[in-house]
Design a binder for this molecule. Structure first.
Ligand code: SF4
Length: 99
């Protein structure tokens, strides 16, 4: 192997690596690697889940495992199931009690 052969082999390896990195970047740009729970478009609508702004007996969003609290206990939070802002005193059919 002469010096030109070694240079060509190194250049081919570098080009393959570059192509792989570019392909991974293109896939990442599609959002396929985004965490599933964070993708709002996959959440159910409030209508579908029969969301109501009031409690269902003692069941409220604030004591549901799907609830993500807001900035303070009275502020709206979010939900892993239902799209949009969710009030802590609200409820829907996907309710599941915490522990
Ligand atoms: S699943 Fe329903 S009850 Fe539970 S936090 Fe989300 S909206 Fe509220």
């Amino acid at each position: 192997m002469n010096q030109n052969d070694a240079f060509d082999a190194g250049r081919r390896k570098w080009l393959k690596t570059g192509a792989t990195v570019a392909a991974l970047g293109a896939v990442a740009a599609t959002g396929l690697f985004a965490p599933r729970a964070v993708r709002a478009e996959e959440k159910a609508s409030k209508d579908t889940m029969m969301y109501q702004p009031t409690p269902h007996g003692k069941e409220t969003c604030a004591n549901c495992i799907h609830y993500i609290p807001g900035k303070n206990p009275k502020a709206d939070g979010t939900c892993n199931v239902v799209a949009g802002a969710v009030a802590p005193q609200a409820w829907c059919v996907a309710y599941a009690a915490k522990g």
